[in-house]
Design a binder for this molecule. Structure first.
Ligand code: PEP
Ligand code: CO
Length: 452
C-alpha cells in the first residue's frame, strides 16, 4: 500500500467517534495505552500477509473462509477446556466445509481478543438506578454495580494478556499436531457420540483422513501443507485506543499493521465514512472485514470502497453481510451490483446470525436455526444468480452444549432456552447445531456444483 501522509494511528482522534467508553480518569487511560504500545505484538506481519494472500484466493473462488467463535469472549473462559472446545468445533465445521466445497478452508476465529462490544444504549437502568452499559470485559464488568460498570483502563491490559495466553495455547496445540488432518479424532468433543449427526460427521472425517493418506501415497511424501492447518485470529476493531496502541510499523515492510489481530473487522454500527472507525481502518495494512446490514446504502458502500479499498489490493477487503432471512433478497442484490460496477474484487462472506436475532415472549434473546439456514441458502443462491461468488461464512458458535438458539435436529424450543443459556450477549449455535448447519451447507454447495 502506498505510504499515506495524511494518516497516523491517532488520526481518528480528529473525527467524531462513537461506541467508546467514557473513562473517569483520562491520565490512567493514557498510561495504559502507553504500556500497551510497548508490549510485544500478538501476531506478525508475515502471518497477516499470509492471511491476505489466502483471502485473495478465496475472493477468486479458490478457497473458502470460515470465521467463527463467540459473540464476545469473557475473561473467565480463558481456560484450557474453553479454548480447546472452540478450536475443536471450528476444526470440525471446517472439515465438513472442506468436504462440501472441495476447497481449502481458511479458519479465522472470533477469538483471542473479541472482548469489546457495541451497545445500542450507553446506559442501563434497573429499579431506578442508571449505570453504564456493559461493553465487554475489555472495558467493564457485567455485574450491575457502580464499581463493575465503571470503565477501567486496566482491563485493556488484562484483555491483551488473555488474548496472548489464548493465542499461545492455540499455537502450541497446532504445532503439537492437534489439528493434524490425519487425526480428526483428536478434535472429537466428548458428546460427539451422542449427536444425531455423529455418523455423517464420522464418515466425512474418515474420508478426509483417507484422502490425505492417498495424496501421500501417490506423491511419496508426507502431505505437509495439506495436512497442517493454519489458524488466524480476528475481532471487531471497536475500541480505538486499544487498536491504535497495537498499530505499528515493521522492518522491511511498508505501511502500518494492527498486530493485535490478523483480521480486524469494522462493525455495522461504526461504518460511517465520516467517522473515526473508518478513518482508523483506512490506514492499516491488514486484511479487513466490513459488516453490512440493511442500513447500508449503495452510496455508502461505494464511498467505503473508495476509502477502504482504494487500490483493489487482492485480499484486502471482505464484505460480511448480515441482513436476516426476511431481508437478504431485497438488500443484497443492489450491493452486489455496486461492487460489480466499481470493478473491484472483494471476498463476500455471509453472517447469517446478526440479522436473525429476536426476543422471546419471556424476553430472552435467541435465533432460529431455520432462519439462519434460510439466510445462508439465499446468500448462496443470490450470489450464484448474479455471477458473484459467496466465499465465506461467519458464525457465532460454541463447542459447548448450550441452549441459546432454537431449532435444529433436536428441536430446541423457546421453553428449553433457560436450560443452559450462557452467552452474556448474542445467542450462539451449540455444538450439534453448528455441525448440522455445516452439513446442510456442505450438501447445498455440492448440489450447486452439480455433485450428489
Ligand atoms: C457481532 O459480530 O457480534 C456484531 C455486533 O455484529 P454487527 O456489527 O454485524 O451487528
Ligand atoms: Co454478536
Amino acid at each position: 500500500m502506498p505510504e499515506m501522509t495524511d494518516w497516523s494511528p491517532q488520526s481518528w482522534q480528529s473525527k467524531t467517534v462513537i461506541q467508546q467508553p467514557v473513562y473517569p480518569d483520562q491520565n490512567a487511560l493514557s498510561e495504559v495505552v502507553a504500556q500497551l504500545a510497548q508490549l510485544p505484538p500478538l501476531v506478525s506481519s508475515w502471518e497477516v500477509e499470509n492471511l491476505k494472500h489466502q483471502l485473495a484466493e478465496a475472493a477468486q473462488g479458490k478457497r473458502f473462509l470460515l470465521q467463527g467463535g463467540d459473540c464476545a469472549e469473557n475473561f473467565d473462559e480463558c481456560s484450557p477446556e474453553a479454548i480447546t472446545d472452540k478450536l475443536k468445533i471450528l476444526l470440525q465445521v471446517s472439515l465438513i466445509l472442506v468436504h462440501g466445497t472441495q476447497k481449502r478452508v481458511i479458519r479465522v476465529g472470533r477469538f483471542a481478543g473479541q472482548y469489546a462490544k457495541p451497545r445500542s444504549d450507553n446506559t442501563e437502568t434497573r429499579d431506578g438506578v442508571e449505570l453504564p452499559s456493559y461493553r465487554g470485559d475489555l472495558i467493564n464488568r457485567l455485574p450491575f454495580t457502580e464499581k463493575d460498570r465503571t470503565p477501567n483502563p486496566q482491563l485493556l491490559l488484562r484483555g491483551y494478556e488473555r488474548a496472548a495466553l489464548t493465542l499461545n495455547f492455540i499455537r502450541a496445540l497446532i504445532d503439537g499436531g492437534f489439528a493434524d488432518l490425519h487425526h480428526p479424532e483428536y478434535w472429537d468433543l466428548s458428546f460427539v457420540k451422542h449427536s444425531p449427526h455423529a455418523r455423517e460427521y464420522r464418515r466425512i472425517a474418515d474420508s478426509i483422513g483417507e484422502s490425505v493418506r492417498f495424496m501421500e501415497t501417490i506423491s511419496g511424501s508426507p502431505a505437509g501443507q495439506l495436512s497442517r492447518v493454519d489458524f488466524f485470529t480476528s475481532h471487531e476493531g471497536l475500541h480505538l485506543h486499544y487498536e491504535s496502541a497495537q498499530t505499528r510499523q515493521v522492518p522491511r515492510r511498508e505501511g502500518w499493521y494492527n498486530l493485535a489481530a490478523h483480521m480486524p473487522w469494522l462493525g455495522m454500527r461504526t461504518a460511517n465514512p465520516d467517522e473515526a472507525h473508518v478513518e482508523y481502518f483506512r490506514g492499516i495494512t491488514n486484511p479487513i472485514g466490513i459488516k453490512i446490514g440493511t442500513g447500508m446504502s449503495c452510496e455508502q458502500l461505494s464511498i467505503l470502497l473508495d476509502i477502504l479499498h482504494p487500490n483493489d489490493e487482492p485480499g484486502r477487503l471482505t464484505l460480511i453481510h448480515r441482513f436476516g432471512a426476511h431481508h437478504i433478497a431485497e438488500h443484497l442484490p443492489p450491493l452486489i451490483e455496486t461492487v460489480q460496477k466499481s470493478g473491484k474484487t472483494v471476498l463476500w462472506c455471509s453472517d447469517p446470525m446478526h440479522g436473525n436475532t429476536e426476543t422471546t415472549a419471556d424476553g430472552i434473546k435467541t435465533r432460529k436455526f431455520e432462519h439462519i439456514l434460510a439466510e445462508l441458502e439465499q446468500a448462496f443462491e443470490i450470489h450464484q444468480q448474479m455471477g458473484s461468488y459467496l466465499g465465506g461464512v461467519h458464525f457465532e458458535l460454541t463447542g459447548e452444549n448450550v441452549t441459546e438458539c432454537t431449532g435444529g435436529a433436536r428441536g430446541l424450543a423457546d421453553k428449553d432456552l433457560t436450560q443452559a443459556y450462557k452467552s452474556q450477549v448474542d445467542p450462539r449455535l451449540n455444538y450439534e447445531q453448528a455441525l448440522e448447519m455445516a452439513l446442510r451447507i456442505a450438501r447445498r454447495v455440492k448440489e450447486m456444483n452439480g455433485g450428489g
